[in-house]
Write a protein of this length. Structure first.
Length: 296
């Protein structure tokens, strides 16, 4: 039994006239008659009877009509349920991010543009985002993509957004404070405040130390916000991105651009390969591109 048969049957049952029903359905009378005949053969009973120039439902047709209407109503309800779910999915974005406080301006720009979208932000480190994307816990990941060569690109794809200078964050009365830039090799004797080793930024920073040819003297490990405060309180210095240094709320600090190594921190958006981008995902990607283009 086919959906089209039920639609033709109910149209004919309501109009009780073959030519008018065929015209309403935009088909020929023979096609309508053949479809109804096929349905009757499947059911093994006549659904209509002749009554003058019109046709009316037989007792079998009357009994079948109730169920046909219920079947089409159930299908319409199912269609509407999918539409409602799709609408909810399109208006909600589950976003994994590395450091929430750094991206506040981007989020503000997105919500200003699209106030009807709901955005759920999850703080996810680099070693967790891959599984979170593949298991559907997040739609997009916004963070560092310097080491994307280790990721299976058959399963994920990404777009670069921004390349950020690396800087040395120091107290404003530090001996280096009169300078604007520094070679990292000059910092061998400095005491460093670091992030946790599991963070992608710290992994990138460790790579920079390897390029500079020395292991840093790490006196403290803490999170992003506490790190900046510890620098302002003169417990040590720290490597970070220029964007993060510009956004810090810590007082009494300044930053120097690291000129050697010349590596830059690369930021991007990552999602599951082949995933159809929802409206919220696409608009967030567009907003992020615009945001970082203006920064550049």
């Amino acid at each position: 039994m086919e959906l089209l048969q039920l639609q033709y049957f109910l149209q004919l049952a309501n109009l009780q006239h073959v030519s008018r029903a065929a015209e309403r359905m935009h088909i020929s009378q023979p096609s309508l008659s053949a479809t109804i005949k096929k349905l009757e053969n499947e059911l093994g009973a006549p659904l209509f009877m002749r009554k003058g120039r019109n046709i009316v439902l037989s007792s079998y047709g009357e009994a079948f009509k109730t169920y046909a209407e219920q079947a089409l109503l159930a299908l319409e309800n199912g269609r509407q349920a999918v539409i409602n779910m799709k609408s909810a999915d399109d208006s909600t974005l589950d976003l994994g991010i590395l450091s929430p406080y750094i991206w506040n301006e981007l989020f503000s720009q997105f919500t200003d543009r699209y106030p009807h979208f709901k955005i759920n932000r999850y703080s996810i480190e680099d070693d967790q985002f891959y599984d979170s994307i593949l298991e559907g816990r997040i739609d997009l990941y916004l963070g560092g993509i310097n080491f994307r060569s280790s990721i299976n690109t058959d399963e994920i794809e990404y777009i670069p957004l921004y390349e950020d200078d690396m800087v040395l964050l120091i107290p404003e009365d530090h001996p280096f404070a009169g300078r604007d830039s520094i070679d990292l090799r000059e910092c061998r004797g400095e005491r460093f405040i670091s992030l946790d080793e599991s963070t992608s930024l710290q992994q990138f920073i460790n790579y920079m130390f390897e390029q500079a040819g020395f292991r840093p003297d790490v006196v403290m490990v803490c999170d992003y916000t506490l790190r900046d405060r510890m620098v302002s309180e003169k417990h040590g210095v720290s490597l970070t991105t220029k964007l993060a240094a510009e956004k810090t709320e810590a007082k009494g600090v300044k930053y120097l651009t690291v000129t050697n190594p010349t590596e830059k921190r690369k930021l991007g958006l990552v999602w599951r390969r082949g995933k159809l981008l929802s409206d919220s995902m696409q608009k967030f990607c567009d907003t992020a591109r615009d945001f970082y283009l203006n920064i550049e």
